[in-house]
Design a protein around this ligand. Structure first.
Ligand SMILES: [Fe+2]
Length: 301
C-alpha cells in the first residue's frame, strides 16, 4: 500500500513537472526579449489572453456589481474561441494523455494564477482524469468557466429562497437548492457563466478525461471580506416544493413527484480531502497591465 502511494505521489510530481517544464521554457524565451518592445507589440497586436485581460479590467467593477448582459456576451465571445495554446499549454502535452495516468489513488487538481486583483482573477485549473472539485459556492461572484480541453461533468445548484414556501420547514443543517445542471461538457464548448444568485452558483467539477479549465472570477474569493469558499454535500430529490409532505417529524421523507424542476438539500461540510490542490507558478504568456504602465493604476487594484 505504502509503495503504491509512493508511486502515485511520484507520478503526480512527474505530471506537475511536465507542466512546469513546458511553461518555464516559454518564460525563458520571453525573458530574452526586450520588455518594452514586447509590451508595445502586445498593445499593437494583443494576444487572446491580453484581450481577455483588458476586457476583464473594463467589465469587473468590484464587489457588489454584476457585469451587464452585453459585457457578459462580449467576454464569452473572447473566451469561446480560446485554446490551450493561448495560455502556453498544448493538447499534445503528455499530461493530457489519459494513458499517462493510472487509476490509483485520488488524482489532484493543479491550479496556477495568471493574474489577480481585488476586482477579478484569471486562473488555470489542470485536472488529471478522475480529479474532482467537490460542490462549492462562489459568494457574490460572477464566474466565467471556459473548458479548454477534455470532458468535464458539471453539477450545479442555485439557492432557493424558502421563506415564502408554504409547508416548507428548513432542516437545521440543510439548505434547499435547485439543480441547474447535471451533465458532461466536451471541449471545444461554450463558456459557462454563473452569477451571485443564478446560473449554478454552487457547482462541482468531475474530470472524465484530463481537463484544462480557464476560470475568470469577479471578484475573487476573499477571506478578509467574509467571502471564503464553502463546500457542500448534496442529497438530491425531485420537485419537493410541490410536495408538502417532505418533512414529517423532522425526518427526510420524500414524496418524489414527476416534474421538470429538480431540487436537492445541501449540507455545508469541512473542506474535503479531494478539494486540496497543488499550486504552481504561472509561467505562460504574460498579461500586461497598461493602466499600471501609464501610472494611472486604480489604487485598489
Ligand atoms: Fe468553482
Amino acid at each position: 500500500m505504502k509503495t503504491e502511494l509512493n508511486l502515485m505521489e511520484r507520478e503526480r510530481e512527474t505530471v506537475v513537472g511536465h507542466v512546469r517544464k513546458l511553461i518555464r521554457k516559454k518564460k525563458l524565451n520571453n525573458s530574452n526579449n526586450n520588455n518594452k518592445k514586447k509590451q508595445t507589440k502586445m498593445m499593437k497586436r494583443p494576444t487572446m489572453l491580453q484581450r481577455l485581460f483588458m476586457y476583464c479590467q473594463k467589465l469587473f467593477k468590484g464587489l457588489g456589481t454584476v457585469p451587464s448582459p452585453d459585457d457578459v456576451q462580449n467576454l464569452c465571445r473572447i473566451l469561446d474561441v480560446m485554446t490551450p495554446e493561448d495560455v502556453g499549454l498544448s493538447r499534445d502535452l503528455q499530461f493530457f494523455n489519459s494513458a499517462f495516468l493510472s487509476d490509483r489513488g485520488i488524482p489532484r487538481v493543479t491550479h496556477t494564477c495568471i493574474y489577480e486583483c481585488k476586482k477579478f482573477s484569471l486562473t488555470l485549473l489542470i485536472f488529471p482524469a478522475g480529479a474532482v472539485i467537490p460542490l462549492h459556492n462562489h459568494p457574490e461572484m460572477t464566474v466565467f468557466s471556459k473548458l479548454l480541453l477534455g470532458t468535464m461533468h458539471i453539477k450545479s445548484y442555485d439557492w432557493v429562497d424558502t421563506n415564502n414556501l408554504v409547508g416548507m420547514k428548513p432542516l437545521s443543517q440543510l439548505r434547499l437548492a435547485r439543480l441547474k445542471a447535471d451533465r458532461s461538457f466536451t471541449a471545444p464548448c461554450d463558456t459557462s457563466v454563473l452569477y451571485p444568485t443564478s446560473g449554478g452558483n454552487i457547482h462541482a467539477f468531475t474530470a472524465l478525461t484530463p481537463c484544462l479549465v480557464l476560470d475568470v472570477l469577479g471578484p475573487p474569493y476573499s477571506k478578509d471580506d467574509g467571502r471564503d469558499c464553502s463546500f457542500y454535500v448534496d442529497f438530491p430529490c425531485k420537485d419537493i416544493i410541490s410536495s408538502n409532505s417532505f418533512l414529517l417529524n423532522g425526518t427526510k421523507t420524500m414524496k418524489e413527484e414527476e416534474g421538470d424542476c429538480r431540487y436537492g438539500w445541501l449540507q455545508e461540510i469541512e473542506p474535503p480531502e479531494d478539494a486540496e490542490m497543488d499550486g504552481i507558478e504561472y509561467l505562460g504568456p504574460p498579461v500586461v497591465d497598461v493602466s499600471a504602465m501609464l501610472g494611472s493604476c486604480n489604487s485598489n487594484m
